[in-house]
Design a protein around this ligand. Structure first.
Ligand SMILES: Cc1ncc(COP(=O)(O)O)c(C=O)c1O
Length: 394
């Protein structure tokens, strides 16, 4: 069967080959410590599961949902934003319910750009952003996120020809894969930049709950004027360990929200209503499960970074998300180092070049196993004698 050009344009799923390698090693009976993926390891809090169980019993919830989702869920999202970030949202015009934020991130280029138009994407960045450019058949330019800029973009360094032709830009803080955070000042600068160059902003706030050292992540919408030029994507996948449930939402600029709602009117008729009820329970219920989760990730981060430094691996401590971004030793590429760790230490990590050209020289570790296993992973790596202070590049 001959596929359409649209399907042929889709990027190769870089991490599919990692998953295959890991699965093969597990099938061989090896005890693999898998730090390569971004799948939360803890269960969804039981009060949310119970809310689903109850809601699933209600025959009303077995019918089609309203196309654009339950008004009560939109109201819960708006209240949540006010409570968490002090941002006022109109639930009817400024919220779009999504099947996980991945869907919205992939849909937005189709909503806002014509074929051949251009968007700006971070490098390194979340690989699924590229899927949206391929489906919409739009061009993209990347801007580098560098360690010396704390993995924030340097707007002055983006070539003016890219700025003139770009209509849409994606940002993501706390950042996957680098673990870097952004502050309000940065988002204020972003709003000025976006207005000056007439570029719509999408801030992917997937790790919006996960900030360390007492610093809560900042919402893009906290910046003055942000709603005039952009939207933020919020997911329940990480905050409440609900990755399999597929619940997210976009909030912010009413025109962008309406565009997402319009495309979704044709693609879906919203989520299973019982899941929507459970999502309401998650956002309006007791938030101590979130505090506990963040402190669990923080303890893991502390244990892992300490262990790495003890073996001479000169790594930076992430300030948010559940990822650590680690420079590789001399003599390797990101991919050869990831392969080496899998082969020799039975430790799976994600090669940095899978996130873009500027990810070369790094590997990403997900802090998604308990502290003992993280320590065990570092112990195994220590036995390879790769690190002395002179062996580490960055
Ligand atoms: C940066 C980033 N954005 C978006 C997503 C997608 O999340 P969701 O489960 O809401 O589709 C992920 C998931 O790993 C992510 O890391």
């Amino acid at each position: 069967m001959e596929y359409s050009e649209r399907i042929k344009r889709l990027p190769k799923q870089f991490f599919a080959s990692l998953v295959n390698k890991v699965n093969q090693a597990i099938e061989e009976g090896r005890d693999i410590i898998n730090l390569g993926q971004g799948n939360p390891d803890q269960p969804t809090p039981s009060h949310i599961v119970k809310a689903l169980q109850q809601a699933a019993e209600n025959p009303q919830n077995h019918k089609y949902s309203l196309f654009r989702g339950m008004p009560e869920l939109k109201a819960a999202a708006a209240e949540f934003y006010y409570r968490q970030y002090g941002v006022e949202i109109d639930p009817m015009t400024e919220v779009a319910i999504l099947f996980g934020t991945k869907t919205g991130l992939v849909e937005l280029p189709m909503c806002l750009l014509n074929e051949g138009e251009r968007m700006l994407l971070p490098d390194p960045g979340y690989p699924d952003y590229l899927s949206g450019t391929a489906l919409a058949n739009v061009q993209y330019e990347t801007f580098p996120l560098k360690a010396e800029n704390h993995y924030l973009p340097d707007y002055e360094a983006i070539p003016s020809k890219h700025l003139q032709s770009a209509k849409l830009m994606y940002l993501n803080y706390p950042n996957n894969p680098t673990g870097a955070a952004a502050n309000r000042e940065f988002f204020e600068k972003t709003v000025q930049f976006a207005k000056k160059h007439q570029i719509a902003i999408v801030h992917d706030f997937a790790y919006g709950a996960i900030g360390f050292d007492g610093k809560k992540p900042v919402s893009f919408l906290e910046a003055e004027g942000a709603k005039g030029i952009g939207v933020e994507m919020y997911t329940l996948s990480k905050t409440y360990n609900m990755a399999g449930w597929r619940v997210g939402f976009a909030v912010g600029n009413p025109d962008m929200i309406e565009a997402v709602n319009l495309i979704q009117d044709h693609l879906y008729c919203s989520l299973f209503p019982a899941i929507q009820e459970a999502a309401i329970a998650a956002m309006t219920g007791d938030q101590s499960c979130v505090t506990e989760l963040v402190s669990r990730y923080e303890s893991r981060r502390n244990a892992f970074i300490k262990a790495c430094r003890e073996i001479g691996w000169n790594v930076e401590s992430p300030t948010g998300s559940f990822f650590a971004w680690l420079p590789i030793p001399n003599g390797f590429t990101s991919e050869s180092f990831a392969d080496y760790l899998l082969e020799k230490a039975d430790v799976a990590v994600a090669a940095g070049n899978g996130f873009g050209r500027h990810g070369e020289g790094y590997v990403r570790v997900g802090l998604l196993v308990d502290e003992d296993r993280l320590q065990e992973a570092v112990n195994r790596i220590a036995k390879l004698n790769l690190f002395s202070s002179a062996a580490v590049e960055k």
